[in-house]
Structure formats: structure tokens, C-alpha cells
Write a protein that binds this ligand. Structure first.
Ligand code: G4P
Length: 527
């Protein structure tokens, strides 16, 4: 193992920030970038948001697609650390993108709004983290606004997110009377002064009984703080970094991203406790980042905005060894050697050509159709990374050709958009019709628009009433064959040729589960 490689791995922190829309993810991201010197004014990241309007604004979406290439990965240096934040789309219709991004991170920061508590999208994203045992830190945001009692918030986090919690900071009041937080992790008092740009001053307090606290926040609040902290110490287990790394215990911080309050404390603790790039499970074996030979996988593909050049950027997460420019790597699925003359790094929101990259880094590779989501690149070893599950979509429609002269273009467009992971395609084995499955209505609109503008093809949607698509398998071949025969009208295959049962209601699904006990029904494609 080379020392340089070890050093580079130890300093890297690759993570995503996730939240329900409006909890403050964009604001927090921006403040982290300010600390890293990656941007100089607040508001710079703001434009990277598909606004959460129900009506879709095409110009906006197209604009966002362009901007979000630059901001999908934001790398910056902080102290001795190299930090990579992987951005996830705010709009819930693109949740699938977020799931995939979570396969490329070593940890996650969850932002929760103190007034709203745990909301639906946070709950869903946490399910993915739990499945993958991703370590999470929770940032309770908007303490400058009225909200829930901190003990109630902690109870809610624990029960709704199904994870142990351990506060590492504690608020002194909230809303109009918010005075600051006591930092349990570093023993200090951070007093709140509303400000959008400046950094808070830390007052070191070694003893919680110090009269200094009374002077700073007043006797009543100091007494309440001591009482609260006593309860915290009594109720919550000591912070155990191993339990955090196992994904069982989430440290919790309180603050206000908009006021840059509690953000530096979060970042300082994060770089110290968050895991460095971790081993990754491939189908064949576990791959350790410290191995000398390079390996990586594509977790995201971004289509270029320019419809005349159908080039894309494939986002490759480096899993082991050193990635180098102009060196031959094996594209495992295509069994082909490829070398990349212009790989890009994502530092401080600017794209620049990079000569080398290390585990935890993301490299952008300009591509003209070689890559699909989930593809593996290596120095030569035949390994396949897994862990890019497809989830059963929530909405389904038949896709039909609306312009008979452009059937080829439509097919090509559908295939390429599916390679990019825009939605899922199933082919019904009974009538041969194509079904597109998405997480939300907006995706259908995006597909239709892009097929027209990028491929010159016109599609038409036709309704199909489906409840869920489940991937099925069984150890009992005969039962599987019997099931497929009985349900032949509702059987489809996905793009990998796997059997998918299209259940049209939850009743039908539970009946099928009852009648065919030897068949396993999966709601994700990874099993
Ligand atoms: P998101 O990416 O999770 O969707 O949330 P975002 O950061 O955009 O924040 C959502 C709204 O919450 C924004 O207001 C933002 O200014 C506000 N916000 C974020 N952190 C705090 C905080 O600590 N305290 C308070 N009071 N508000 C906070 P907006 O009105 O939707 O946008 P804007 O007009 O301010 O840009």
C-alpha cells in the first residue's frame, strides 16, 4: 500500500445532504461552501434548484439541467480535508436520482426543520440509508423560528427515522428567544447573533456550572440548560463513534443555516468523525479503497443541454487506487479498453481537467454513449459493482409512438434516457407494449419533452392502472413457471431481462403472495 494513497484516502470525506424540500438543504450546502472558501457570497448555490412548483416550467428545468452539472458535485478543501458534497435533486419526482447518489457516498447529513420535524421525503431517504447502513448526522435547522421542543424532536427522529440519536449540541430556547447552543462535543457556548454571513464566536466553557454561563444567557436560561443537559446525559447513551459508523446512532446538532449558526460546529465535528472512503461490495468480492489498482463505477449520467451534440457526462466514483488521465481502463460491461483525455474534477463549482483522482473523488467523463448507470471501470480486474437498486416506481404509463416516421428515433431516445436513469422501462410480455415507470408526473413530462427536443421523436402516453412492479424469483422453478402462466397478462421484463410482476392493486398483490408462498416478491431490483 502506498503511503500517498493512504494519506489521500484519510483526508477525504464524501457525503450527501438530504432533506425534505424547504428544510434548508440548499442553504446549508451554501454555508458549508462558504467555510471551504469555495464560494464567496451567499446565494450562489440557490439557482441550483428545480423550484417546487406543481406546474412545470420548461425553461427552468432546462436551465437547471445545465447548472446542475456544475453543482452536482462540489469539492472543496477545509483544513487538511478534501470534502466532496454530492448534490441531490430537491424535487421529489427525481427521488430515484437521489437514491442512486446515495450509493456513491460514505455518509449523509440529514437536515430537519425544527417546526416540521420528520417529513415524508426524509423518511423515505432514511430507509435507503438504513438499507445501506450509511452513517448519518442530523442537523435540526431553523432554530431562529418557533418549533418543537428539542426533546420532542429527538423522540420523533428516533421513532420516525428508526435510528438511535445522541445530541452533540443543545439549544438555549428557540424562536424569538433563541440564545444559542451549548456544544456538548467540544464544551463551549455559541451565542446567537443573527447574521447571514459571519461566523459565530465560541466561548470555551469547561464546567457547565461556571457562573460565566449565567452572565451570558441569564440565570433562568442557564439553569434550564443545566437541567436539560443533565437529562440528556441521563437519557442518551454516550456518543459512540463506532455505532455512528455502523449506521446505528446519529449525532444531532441544532442551528440555523440561514444565520450561519451551528454550521461551522457541524462541519468541524463532521470532518473528524465522518468516515473516510469505505470498502465497497462488488459482486465478486469486497474492494478496499487502499488497493493499488483503480476501480470505480458510474452512479449518474448527465445529458448535455445542447441537443445538437448528444454528449453526456458520466459521473464516476473512484472506489480504489488512483485514477489517472490518459491511462487505459477496462469498461467491464463492454469488455473494452478506454482511456480518458479530458476527465474533469469538480472543485469549487468549477469544472477543470484533472490528472489524477483518489477514492472518494468523483470524476466527470465526457461520453458519447459508452456508459450506463452502474457500469464498472477497473485497471483490468473483472469485477462488477452492485448496489444501484431500482425501486418499484409509483406511477406507470404506456408509451406509444405518435409519429410513425420516427419509430427508430423514439426507440433510441427511450433506450438512452433509460441508460441515463431518467425512469424505468418494462416490456409487457403479453402484448409487447412498453411501460414507463416513474416516481412522479414531472418525469413523464421531462421524457416527452426530451424525446422531442433531443431525438426528434414524439410520444404519447396511455393510461395503465398499476399499483406496483415487483421483481420476482423463487427457488422452486415449477412454482415460478406456474405463477408466470397464471399471471401471463401481468408479466413484464425489465431492461436486464428480469421477471417483473405488474400488480394492479394491493389486494391482487397480497392474494398472489398468499397463493404462491414459494415466490419472493421484491420491491427493489437488488436482492
Ligand atoms: P431546501 O434546499 O431544503 O429546499 O431548502 P432551502 O435551503 O432552499 O431553504 C428553504 C427556505 O428556508 C428558504 O426560504 C431559506 O431561506 C429558509 N431557511 C433556511 N435555513 C433557515 C434558517 O435557519 N432559518 C430560517 N428562518 N429560514 C431558513 P425561502 O423563502 O423559500 O427562500 P429565499 O427566498 O429565502 O431564498
Amino acid at each position: 500500500m502506498s503511503e500517498e494513497l493512504n494519506k489521500q484516502i484519510a483526508k477525504r470525506r464524501t457525503f450527501a445532504i438530504i432533506s425534505h424540500p424547504d428544510a434548508g438543504k440548499t442553504t446549508l450546502t451554501e454555508k458549508l461552501l462558504l467555510f471551504g472558501g469555495a464560494i464567496h457570497v451567499a446565494g450562489a448555490v440557490k439557482s441550483n434548484k428545480i423550484k417546487k412548483t406543481a406546474t412545470s416550467d420548461w425553461m427552468e428545468i432546462e436551465k437547471q439541467r445545465g447548472i446542475s452539472v456544475a453543482t452536482s458535485v462540489m469539492g472543496f478543501n477545509y483544513e487538511d480535508y478534501k470534502i466532496n458534497i454530492l448534490d441531490t435533486p430537491g424535487h421529489q419526482d427525481f427521488a430515484e436520482d437521489t437514491f442512486r447518489t446515495l450509493t456513491a457516498v460514505d455518509s449523509v447529513i440529514i437536515v430537519v426543520d425544527v417546526a416540521k420535524g420528520v417529513e415524508t421525503q426524509t423518511r423515505r431517504l432514511m430507509e435507503v440509508c438504513r438499507m445501506r447502513k450509511t452513517p448519518v448526522i442530523i442537523f435540526v435547522n431553523k432554530l431562529d423560528r418557533e418549533g418543537l421542543d428539542p426533546f420532542d424532536i429527538l423522540d420523533e427522529l428516533e421513532s420516525e427515522l428508526k435510528i438511535g440519536v445522541r445530541p452533540l449540541s443543545w439549544p438555549i430556547n428557540i424562536g424569538a428567544k433563541f440564545k444559542g447552543v451549548y456544544n456538548i462535543y467540544e464544551h463551549g457556548l455559541d451565542l446567537f447573533t443573527p447574521s447571514k454571513q459571519t461566523v459565530t464566536e465560541r466561548i470555551e466553557i469547561n464546567d457547565i456550572n461556571s457562573p460565566e454561563i449565567d452572565k451570558l444567557v441569564g440565570e433562568a436560561d442557564a439553569a434550564k440548560l443545566r437541567e436539560d443537559l443533565e437529562i440528556v446525559e441521563g437519557v442518551y447513551p454516550d456518543f459512540d463513534v463506532d455505532a455512528y459508523h455502523r449506521g446505528e446512532l446519529a449525532p444531532v446538532f441544532f442551528g440555523s443555516a440561514l444565520n450561519t449558526f451551528g454550521v461551522k460546529e457541524l462541519l468541524d465535528c463532521f470532518v473528524r468523525i465522518a468516515p473516510e472512503p469505505q470498502p465497497v461490495q462488488a459482486e465478486e468480492r469486497v474492494i478496499d479503497p487502499h488497493e493499488e489498482t483503480f476501480s470505480g463505477f458510474v452512479f449518474k449520467i448527465h445529458a448535455n443541454m445542447d441537443p445538437n451534440h448528444r454528449s453526456c457526462i458520466a459521473f464516476v466514483k473512484v472506489c480504489s487506487g488512483k485514477f489517472e488521465r490518459n491511462v487505459n481502463y477496462k469498461h467491464i460491461r463492454l469488455n473494452k479498453q478506454l482511456r480518458f483525455a479530458a476527465p474533469t474534477a469538480f472543485m469549487a463549482q468549477k469544472k477543470s481537467i484533472v490528472d489524477e483522482a483518489y477514492p472518494g473523488d468523483i470524476v466527470g467523463i465526457p461520453d458519447t454513449g459508452n456508459f450506463k448507470i452502474g457500469d464498472t471501470l477497473t485497471s483490468g480486474e473483472e469485477v462488477h459493482f452492485k448496489g444501484l437498486p431500482s425501486f418499484s416506481p409509483e406511477m406507470f404509463k404506456y408509451i406509444e409512438n405518435a409519429d410513425p416516421m420516427k419509430a427508430k428515433q423514439l426507440d433510441k431516445g427511450i433506450q438512452q434516457l433509460m441508460d441515463e436513469g431518467v425512469a424505468q422501462l418494462f416490456v409487457n410480455q403479453f402484448n409487447g407494449r412498453k411501460i414507463i415507470g416513474t416516481v412522479g408526473q414531472l418525469q413523464f413530462e421531462v421524457i416527452q419533452y426530451r424525446l422531442l427536443h433531443e431525438y426528434g421523436a414524439q410520444c404519447r402516453w396511455e393510461p395503465i392502472s398499476l399499483y406496483k412492479a415487483c421483481w420476482i424469483d423463487s427457488d422452486d422453478e415449477a412454482e415460478l413457471a406456474a405463477f408466470k402462466k397464471r399471471k401471463h397478462q401481468f408479466m413484464a421484463i425489465d431492461r436486464q431481462g428480469r421477471d417483473v410482476f405488474l400488480a394492479d392493486s394491493s389486494y391482487v398483490l397480497s392474494m398472489a403472495q398468499r397463493d404462491f408462498p414459494k415466490i419472493r416478491f421484491h420491491f427493489t431490483s437488488e436482492f
